[in-house]
Design a protein. Structure first.
Lengths: 1095, 250
């Protein structure tokens, strides 16, 4: 097994029918990379001795340290089976949940897969996840695979203990088989390999059937059928009988196959019986090197014997070549699936595009065939690793030339240094005489190195500037050549559009008018991916996996590359894991911000699953699939992309504030009766001092507030919205925004065209909302809706309950009625009220988080206007200038006062813009309190806040739904972790036919940091959660709760020491935002350390 | 001179004295350290956790208890607890170490919050986070002065931060309308004060939208107000010119 030369591989690339593109899939730690190692070793790339230990395809440092694969990496292998030679493009994929995206990228490029299942652990959740991915991406037909896996596990239970080795089955499923039964994995179907990659042996039933059919005189077909399953051999009758388990006999498989392996293990590893080993070796007809025989570690001997007796790579690769389809046998169904994006049907694609299907199916490497390449991910490579920058072995002439050069310089240097050093050495004495010569030697060496470096330097300098991105791609049709001009099609590209605009038969070489999502680029370099190495190629024919350089400016994460503009973009990769772990990232030194931003951009490109975004608050947020993934992203940022010190802070957890109906029972489930517990108004003292007139709160929660200049009084009441209504509002944000736009246009006297479909949707939204708002309290509520908030489309409602005040409805677009000119002065200030409401809903009083599910009803609105105000039109001219100045004056003041609170900036900004806008067409009456509209906004906002506080307030936490698969043993621990993190189990069910339980639970996002990690630790990896954001949920505990009744005192103690979850969250947010937190500096006065150090 | 020996030296430990002068007399009460501020803020509700004893003293360290008649004369009551509460609320107090520390910390954070709100990264037009500003403030070794207002200090911090990082005050967006006559004349005067002119419209009157440094606002406002005798107008379009919404880095 010598090293396969590159030329040979290149030659093989052209024979499409002898190419196999496969990937290895399995649960984490089931030995994918070890298996890959064995296969790599068979090509002589690494030593067979190192196979299984080296993990050749784990090229990253952290992969090696942690012992898990983090990226998918490809390698091209050569395999000879009988007459024919095969090229196998092997892609190793990670097994960890966090890197499922990498699996998707790998799966997309393959035609088949090896699924590795550990005999001890059986089928694990990740296997289900990845096989699911296989099916959805149509690599395999959509059929069940589970049954066979079970069968496999039963008789094998005892194997691992005895053998001490790691047992791995491989199932390679055929792609083209349409018959149902062929899709099940089953050894007698011949699509299962029993193997131990660690000890490098592997076999299929077929192999043993061949051996025994001669020995026992039973037909090999019969053996193949019976060697697996509940059969035993009756030695007297020389017959194979059914029902081994019921009769307590050894199944055939155990007797004929496993016993042999066990005895080998027994002799070699357990008893270390030299003579028996020799006997076995002799009987198997193997030759074992004396060196291995003498080795002190029996494992070495074992693998030496096994790798000859039952070579793993042979078993696996021959099955791969036999069972898996070549790229030219792609099914039509898969092609259609690949070509039709989203919900679009294949038939709806333009005709020219449909013609391309044939190109897919043919998979020919002729020049006439259109080139179609899919790039599934971009990966960053150090510029040193690129073949063109690699130090090539020098030729003889070059060597001689350099030597000559070096010698010359050496001589020169020596001459000069002698002069310089003479006085030096004379003074230092004889002891130093040795050093100068040494010095000169190293000098010369350095010089040599310099001259060498010089030749590559200009190129290198350029390389250093940026990290190199290589596209991980596969050619589906045609031949890709270096330097070729191609179209790069983004995911949203529409071939139909282009075909209309572009001239017939245009190619990427022409200057093409700009078409959305279409770009042209040149393929700068093509590489064969060889694990850690890259081999430069001139051209790559169809059906091969390759790396392409020079696409980083055109492709973000994945794309389709083609020479034909008719080519549709391939369906985007679907990722099993959605990114959920958020962290805010900051550079250690603030001046390095630009570097960080650049680094994050690169990271985004290099990682298919990571998302980076800048939030409105200025935070740079990195969203990753899990904690391990996060760690990798941070390492990448630190060491490769940004090259600066960064710090990641805990993810920012969003909350919502809401109110609920007054509870009927107290904390110890005693009936509260008629006594109304009005919540303590938080910071009431502080806020009231700001206003001249404090709000008057009546027992029903109606808040009356007067503006500082005593011109207007507003009465506001807060009512909780029904849960379904909130959910509906949340889901219809888009519709509400459209409605808002319509009314905005209507106000300016224009009309906005809304499509019929949208109108219907709005109508439906309205009727559904009406359905949710039933009861006397909500009579006519939908009609009276004044606005939605925050940001004019949120899940809160402002109701118009002012008697005799008519305003255009928010449903204008439905009714189509024109706004009636309104004389009332109220109408002029309509906007102020709405703005006040928007501000109030944007940041609630509890911790300045947005409100949700709250309805504010304006019940009264009185204006006592100064007489001149009624004829404002005439006054307007004169006052504008004055107002302008005072107006803005006031705003700056408002901004200052706003800054004392944290949400200040937002609100001041909004108020200023709205106030500014109003002053233009209305003209405000100004007094010492600033413009009236501004006052009204502030008053409305305060009124809403107080109305909110008059009701029982609650925090809402974002919740994840979390699906956990766990075995029965660790079920208790799973529950332990869940309950510690305030999780709630929804249901738990046993999975048919396995001993796995599926637990569905909800978990607050706030508690999810480190959840997956803890879960894995506590259950020793037997349970793995998958988290998905689901909904907002009210936290039942009252953040302001203190014990009031006697029973509560008894139960909770005076200080209510038991942790209040809501309060904990609230204070954490307030602290983060720098708001006042009611906390004692020292809890127990007596327990302070009182003495100084030296007293 | 008394001899300081361990036996006759009484140290008041864990004591913070709150003093109040009333009716020409000085009254003191003995409190626990680090507790008086919490009481005043309302976080501590248990009086016994604040007061060492309910006794009112003339001098705590000497142990002189105030006379009953003095108390009655000055406070009009002889309920010691009530008097203690009054003194706690209004008396002058020694700020203890932890109280001072938390106060400074709070001010530090407050300053950072103000800076973060006022400033943007000029390249991206996005604000910096409070955390980052805090770190930058520590990097330049800014020390908080307890007796200066946080706003004043924040402006000082911005000036100092400019030397070490990319930061500037968020611009204000303004719109003026000036009558045509004065327009030309005023424009030259306004020019040096404006940072960026976004649009300029000159038909019957001059209408300009521009970005300015918030510090120049008053100047501009006065200029326009006086020069046009109330005919021109200034309108603030937005206080802070920042990017809004989340942006995906791509």
């Amino acid at each position: 097994m010598g090293h396969t030369s590159l030329e040979k591989l290149i030659r093989l690339q052209k024979k499409t029918s002898n190419i196999r593109n496969i990937c290895i899939l399995a649960h984490v730690d089931h030995g994918k990379t070890t298996l890959a190692d064995c296969l790599v070793a068979s090509n002589g790339i690494i030593s067979t001795r190192l196979a299984g230990k080296m993990r050749y395809l784990d090229s990253r440092e952290d992969e090696q340290i942690r012992g898990i694969t983090m990226k998918s990496s490809a390698i091209s292998l050569h395999f000879t089976s009988g007459e024919s030679e095969y090229l196998i493009n092997l892609i190793d994929s990670p097994g960890h949940v966090d890197f499922s995206s990498e699996v998707s990228t790998a799966v997309r490029l393959c035609d088949g897969a090896i699924v590795v299942v550990d005999a001890v652990e059986g089928v694990c959740p990740q296997v289900n996840a990845v096989t699911g991915a296989l099916f959805t991406s149509k690599v395999l037909e959509e059929r069940a695979v589970k049954e066979a896996e079970l069968e496999g596990a039963v008789p094998e239970g005892e194997v691992p203990e005895l053998s001490g080795g790691e047992q791995v089955y491989d199932w390679s499923a055929g792609l083209e088989e349409t018959d149902d039964s062929h899709l099940y994995f089953s050894p007698d179907q011949g699509n299962v390999v029993f193997a131990s990659a660690f000890d490098s042996w592997g076999f299929s039933i077929h192999q043993f059937a061949q051996i025994y059919c001669q020995k026992m005189g039973i037909r090999s077909e019969v053996l193949q059928k019976t060697l697996w399953g509940d059969f035993y051999i009756n030695p007297k009758a020389k017959k194979i009988m059914k029902g081994a388990q019921s009769k307590g006999k050894k199944p055939l498989f155990v007797q004929l196959v496993l016993d042999n392996i066990w005895s080998l293990y027994d002799a070699v590893v357990t008893r270390r019986d030299k003579e028996k080993v020799e006997k076995i070796v002799a009987s198997l007809g193997l030759k074992v090197m004396a060196r291995d025989l003498r080795h002190s570690d029996p494992k070495v001997l074992l693998s030496a014997i096994c790798s000859q007796w039952l070579p793993l790579s042979q078993a696996v690769l021959s099955m791969v070549c036999e069972r898996l389809p070549s790229p030219s046998e792609m099914s039509a169904e898969r092609v259609e699936k690949l070509m039709s994006v989203g919900t679009r049907r294949f038939d709806s694609l333009p005709e020219k595009t449909q013609q391309l299907k044939q190109a897919f199916l043919d998979c020919v490497s002729e020049d006439s065939a259109p080139v179609i390449v899919f790039v599934s991910k971009m990966f960053a490579v150090d510029s040193k690793a690129l073949p063109q920058n690699k130090q090539r072995p020098l030729t003889q002439e070059e060597l001689a030339q350099r030597r000559e050069l070096a010698r010359q310089r050496h001589a020169e240097r020596q001459a000069t240094s002698q002069i310089a050093e003479d006085p030096d050495s004379a003074s230092a004495g004889g002891a130093q005489t040795a050093t100068p010569t040494n010095n000169t030697n190293t000098d010369a060496d350095a010089l040599c190195a310099q001259t060498e470096a010089l030749s590559v330097k200009p190129a290198e300098e350029e390389e250093e500037k940026k990290e190199h991105f290589i596209a991980f791609a596969r050619v589906y049709s045609g031949v890709v050549r270096r330097g070729q001009r191609v179209f790069v099609l983004g995911p949203k590209y529409d071939p139909a559009l282009t075909l209309r605009t572009l001239p017939e038969g245009c190619s990427a070489d022409d200057t093409v008018p700009s078409v959305p999502h279409l770009a042209c680029c040149t393929l700068e370099h093509l590489y064969m991916l060889m694990g850690r190495e890259l081999e430069e190629l001139e051209e790559v024919p169809a059906g091969n996996v390759l790396g392409i350089a020079g696409m980083e400016d055109f492709i973000l994460k994945s794309a389709t590359v083609s020479t034909s503009p008719a080519c549709p973009p391939f369906t985007p990769l679907n990722f099993e894991a959605t990114p959920i772990v958020r962290v805010a990232i900051e550079p250690k030194h603030p001046s390095e911000m630009p570097k960080l931003v650049r680094g994050m951009r690169l990271l985004n490109q290099a990682d298919p699953c990571a998302e980076v975004l800048i939030q409105e608050t200025g935070e740079h947020v990195l969203v990753t699939a899990g904690e391990v993934h996060l760690q990798r992203c941070l390492d990448d940022l630190r060491e490769r992309f940004a090259k600066i010190e960064i710090s990641a802070s805990k993810p920012i957890i969003p909350f919502r504030e809401t109110i609920i109906r007054p509870p009927k029972v107290d904390m110890v489930n005693e009936d509260l009766g008629r006594q109304q517990k009005v919540a303590v108004i938080h910071q009431a003292k502080e806020e009231q001092s700001k206003y001249h007139e404090g709000p008057q709160v009546d027992s029903g929660g109606l808040v009356n507030l007067t503006t500082p200049n005593k011109m207007a009084t507003i009465g506001v009441r807060a009512v909780p919205l029904p849960e379904e209504a909130t959910r509906l509002l949340e889901g219809s944000a888009e519709l509400i925004r459209t409605m808002e736009q319509f009314s905005l246009f209507a106000r300016e006297g224009k009309t906005l065209e809304i499509s019929q479909k949208t109108l219907e949707q709005i109508q439906e939204f309205r009727t559904r909302l009406e359905g949710h708002l039933q009861g006397w309290k909500w009579r006519n509520a939908v009609e009276r809706i004044w606005a939605f908030g925050p940001r004019r489309c949120g899940p809160n409602i402002l109701l118009n309950g002012v008697e005799g005040y008519q305003r255009p409805s928010v449903w204008q677009c439905l009714e189509g009625e024109k706004e009636k000119p309104e004389a009332a002065t109220l109408r002029d200030f309509d906007n102020s009220i709405v703005n006040g409401f928007q501000l109030a809903t944007l940041s609630g009083p509890m911790c300045e988080e947005p409100l949700m599910g709250v309805c504010f009803s304006v019940e009264s609105w009185e204006m006592k206007l100064a007489p001149q105000f009624t004829q404002q039109d005439s006054v307007e001219e004169e006052t504008t200038s004055r107002q302008g100045s005072e107006n803005s004056d006031n705003e700056t003041r408002a901004a200052v006062s706003g800054e004392s609170e944290s949400g200040g900036s937002n609100e001041a900004e909004a108020s200023s813009s709205s106030a500014g806008g109003q002053s233009r067409w209305r003209g405000d009456v100004t007094d010492c309190y600033g413009p009236f509209s501004g006052q009204l906004i502030a008053a409305m906002k305060e009124a809403c806040r107080h109305a909110f506080q008059a009701k029982p307030q609650r925090l809402m936490a974002a919740m994840y739904t979390c699906e956990i698969m766990a075995t029965a043993e660790v079920l208790g621990r799973v529950y332990g972790v869940l309950s510690k993190r305030e999780g709630r189990v929804l249901n738990e069910e046993m999975k048919e036919g396995t001993d796995m339980f599926i637990i569905r639970a909800v978990l607050p996002v706030a508690e999810s940091f480190g959840f997956a990690d803890e879960m894995r630790k506590r259950t020793s990896g037997l349970a793995s959660p998958q988290l998905v954001f689901s909904h907002w949920e009210v936290i039942s505990s009252d953040p302001f709760w203190v014990p009031t009744t006697e029973e509560e005192y008894l139960h909770f103690g005076e200080k209510a020491d038991s942790a209040n979850q809501a309060l904990k969250y609230m204070n954490a947010v307030r602290k983060r935002k720098g708001l006042y937190v009611e906390e004692k500096i020292v809890e127990h006065a007596e327990k302070q350390r009182t003495l100084g150090k030296n007293k | 001179m008394s001899i300081f020996t361990p036996t006759n030296q009484i140290r008041l430990t864990n004591v913070a004295v709150v003093r109040m002068k009333k009716g020409g007399k000085r009254f003191e009460i003995a409190c626990y350290k680090n507790k008086v501020m919490s009481w005043r803020a309302g976080a501590e509700k248990d009086l016994d956790e604040v007061l060492q004893t309910h006794t009112v003293f003339m001098n705590v360290s000497k142990g002189q208890v105030a006379k009953k008649e003095d108390l009655a004369k000055s406070f009009g009551t002889d309920d010691l607890t009530e008097i203690c509460k009054q003194i706690l609320a209004k008396g002058e107090l020694q700020v203890s170490d932890k109280e001072r520390q938390t106060q400074l910390e709070q001010m530090f954070r407050d300053i950072a919050t103000i800076v973060a709100e006022k400033c943007v990264n000029p390249e991206t037009k996005r604000p910096y986070t409070v955390n980052l500003i805090e770190r930058a403030m520590k990097d330049i070794h800014y020390s908080v002065k307890a007796n200066k207002s946080t706003k004043q200090q924040a402006l000082d911090v911005i000036r100092q931060l400019k030397e070490s990082m990319q930061i500037q005050r968020a611009h204000m967006r303004l719109r003026f309308t000036l009558p045509a006559k004065e327009g030309k004349r005023l424009k030259d005067k306004l020019k040096p004060l404006l940072k960026v002119v976004e649009s300029e419209d000159f038909d019957d009157q001059l209408e300009m939208v521009c970005l300015i440094d918030p510090g120049c606002f008053r100047e501009i406002d006065e200029l326009i107000c006086c020069e046009t005798k109330g005919k021109g107008s200034v309108e603030v379009l937005s206080l802070k010119d920042v990017e809004e919404g989340d942006e995906k880095l791509e």
